[in-house]
Design a protein around this ligand. Structure first.
Ligand code: PEP
Ligand code: MN
Length: 297
């Protein structure tokens, strides 16, 4: 029988001398990859997961049309904001509960789980009733009380990187979720604010992907839509994200991007989405990953 001291020193030899401050998120104590399961979708496994849909839920027929195409193309998750964090209070703020109900109906018809943003603790009970994955937006990454409350819901959470946050601050926000008992956390790089905004909306920090893969066991998604702000850059940056080791992509799609109430310039049309899925196939295979089956349309 080992003494307490022997037992303690045996554990100490397994624990690296210096743990990072994000202990639970760190690979040091959890070397194997975390796979977040949402119904039959695995995020962080071998498959590249596509989360697609409009920036904001605007209208039910448009959402259904998008969701059907997403399903057909093998996307795993339907995205869509019902509560939108808009820079201007005069811009479209989202449909609120009506938008959540539309997402639920699209899920019922297509079987696709839904991801949607929760902006405040006040809205959390309502959003949690509908969402399969709760999204913490870039602007909310450092709202620590919100993170604690979201963690306690017990559903998977996708934590987008604050656009002015360092990788360490982002990992520490993930640590809030883990420390509050939720281990189903997905990281999402969505671009940071840099000095050059002439050609792109943000700087998609793909350095963050291999850095996170080294530092944490949590799955890593990339959002090239907000990361670039430009529809024509989605395919090249998606390829780069997969090559860098991302576990999936979250992409804004709208049947008529030029009429979208929010982020039309960075939204793909349904035809563009099909081209994207086809365009990603070679790099996905080259990286030893798999993608949802492409059904002939
Ligand atoms: C979004 O994905 O709907 C969104 C608002 O993105 P972000 O929080 O990254 O700006
Ligand atoms: Mn958007």
């Amino acid at each position: 029988m080992a003494t307490t001291l022997e037992h303690a020193s045996a554990i100490a030899t397994q624990v690296p001398a210096k743990l990072p401050p994000y202990k639970l998120a760190s690979r040091a104590l959890h070397p194997e990859d975390t796979v977040v399961r949402v119904n039959d979708v695995e995020i962080g496994g071998r498959g590249i997961v596509l989360m697609v849909g409009p920036c904001a839920v605007e209208d039910e027929p448009l959402l259904l049309e998008t969701a059907r195409m997403a399903r057909l193309l093998g996307a795993g998750i339907l995205r869509g904001g019902a509560f939108k964090p808009r820079t201007s209070p005069y811009d479209f703020q989202g449909l609120g509960e009506e938008g959540l109900k539309m997402l639920a109906r699209a899920r019922a018809e297509t079987g696709l789980p839904v991801i949607t943003e929760v902006m405040s603790e006040q809205e959390l009970p309502l959003v949690a009733e509908y969402a399969d994955i709760l999204q913490i937006g870039s602007r909310s990454m450092s709202f620590f009380r919100l993170l604690e409350a979201v963690a306690e819901v017990g559903k998977p959470v996708m934590l987008k990187r604050g656009f002015q946050s360092t990788i360490k601050e982002w990992l520490l926000s993930a640590e809030y979720l883990l420390a509050h008992g939720n281990d189903q956390v997905i990281m999402c790089e969505r671009g940071i604010r840099s000095f050059d905004s002439e050609y792109t909306r943000n700087t998609l920090d793909l350095n963050a992907v291999p850095v996170l893969k080294c530092e944490t066991h949590l799955p890593v998604m990339v959002d090239p839509s907000h990361g670039t702000g430009r529809r024509d850059l989605i395919l090249p940056m998606s390829k780069a994200a997969i090559a860098a080791g991302a576990d999936g992509l979250i992409i804004e799609v709208h049947p008529r991007p030029d009429e979208a109430l929010c982020d039309g310039k960075q939204s793909l049309s349904l035809t563009d989405l099909q081209a994207l899925v086809e365009g990603l196939r070679p790099i996905t295979m080259a990286c030893g990953r798999t993608m949802g089956a492409l059904v002939e349309v």
